[in-house]
Design a protein around this ligand. Structure first.
Ligand SMILES: [Cu+2]
Length: 353
């Protein structure tokens, strides 16, 4: 509502400004140049504004890179992540180069060939050679990018049986995630929303023999260096499972199972100790310390100090608490993973209670 009001006020202000400029023109009297046709002075002014706009664009671009590049994600923590990053880097590199050159040409030509009295534009109908050049270069570049992207995509999405991945179900609902480990048989029991009842929160079929050893958890633990196949289900609306640090994302659609596999290759501990993360965490904690002092001065509790963890986020705006829909991910050694998993209760044990 507030946004709507602000838009209306801005629109009204624009109309007011426009009307005032008309009144201003009328009040200048008969002596002033009131012709609607642009003269040399107008043209020069417009050409200079165009050049100034180009400078503004380049400065804005340089500032954005300098100021926001620290917000980039850390290095990819999965095996395929580097492929995605390279694809992204090459695409952005090409786009940036073309953009910088064409902006300069566009603005410079507007300036150089500004309107002048007595100057006439050359009539130039077409040139087959030029048309050919500016068609074939984008065709080759785009085809190259698309084919490269397709190969990367199929490389990441094709899961071979030989990899023998660990199977984990990721279950989404407004507004939380749950994970279901397939247990000793590495086969998930049947599940459906119709089976949801009481503590059976993800709807596992109690009568399915594969289901009894499944383990339902509120944290995702993954062993480093092992391929994990995630099977996604949603209870209610469209969600999107987003693993930013692992460069993975998959829509979670009610009524169907979607999947994505990746191999985590940096443990939580290693990521915490990386230069990038040590630096980032200390910056966050400095800010928290300052804010805590302000809070304590008001007699409120101070903030906890921050420690890095991987997390799974929802990347579809799925409702009012969407922003809060996240699950902690721990990447650890195989021994730690096995120790953690053996402590988790099986589905059969949960249902006995
Ligand atoms: Cu969601």
């Amino acid at each position: 509502m507030t946004v709507f009001l602000v838009i209306i006020i801005l629109a009204l202000l624009a109309v007011t400004g426009w009307q005032m400029s008309k009144i201003f023109d009328l009040s200048r009297g008969p002596g002033a140049d009131s012709s609607p046709i642009a003269n040399d002075k107008d043209n020069r002014q417009q050409a200079q504004i165009t050049l100034a706009f180009m400078v503004f664009l380049y400065l804005g671009m340089a500032y954005s890179f300098w100021h926001w590049s620290k917000l980039y994600l850390p290095e990819a923590a999965s095996e395929h992540g580097n492929e995605i990053d390279t694809l992204m880097f090459i695409s952005i590199g090409i786009i940036m180069t073309v953009q910088v050159i064409t902006q300069a040409l566009l603005h410079w030509f507007v300036y150089k060939y500004q309107g002048r009295k007595g100057k006439k534009a050359l009539f130039f109908a077409d040139n087959d050679k030029l048309e050919f050049i500016w068609t074939i270069i984008p065709v080759i570049t785009l085809a190259g990018l698309i084919i490269y992207g397709l190969f990367t995509w199929s490389d990441i999405m094709n899961i071979s049986e030989e990899d023998d991945p660990i199977i984990i179900e990721v279950y989404a609902k407004q507004f939380s995630w749950e994970a279901r480990y397939a247990g000793g048989d590495n086969t998930l029991g049947e599940a459906n929303v119709r089976f949801i009842e009481g503590i059976n929160t993800v709807g596992v079929n109690e009568n399915d023999p594969y289901a009894s050893d499944d383990k339902i958890t509120s944290e995702l633990h993954l062993p480093v260096g092992q391929k994990v196949l995630f099977k996604f289900r949603s209870q209610d609306v469209l969600h999107s499972a987003y693993f930013p640090h692992f460069r993975a994302q998959m829509n979670v659609v009610p009524g169907m199972v979607t999947q994505f596999a990746f191999t985590p290759d940096i443990t939580t501990e290693e990521m915490r100790n990386s230069d990038y993360m040590v630096d980032k965490v200390s910056t966050i904690n400095d800010i928290r310390k300052e804010n805590s002092e302000a809070l304590m001065a008001k007699g409120e509790a101070p903030l906890d100090s921050y420690e890095f963890d991987y997390f799974l986020l929802c990347n579809k705006i799925c409702g009012e608490a969407h922003y809060n829909m996240q699950m902690k991910i721990v990447v650890e050694t195989e021994e730690e993973y096995n120790a953690w998993l053996s402590e988790q209760e099986t589905f059969a044990e949960t249902m006995e209670k």
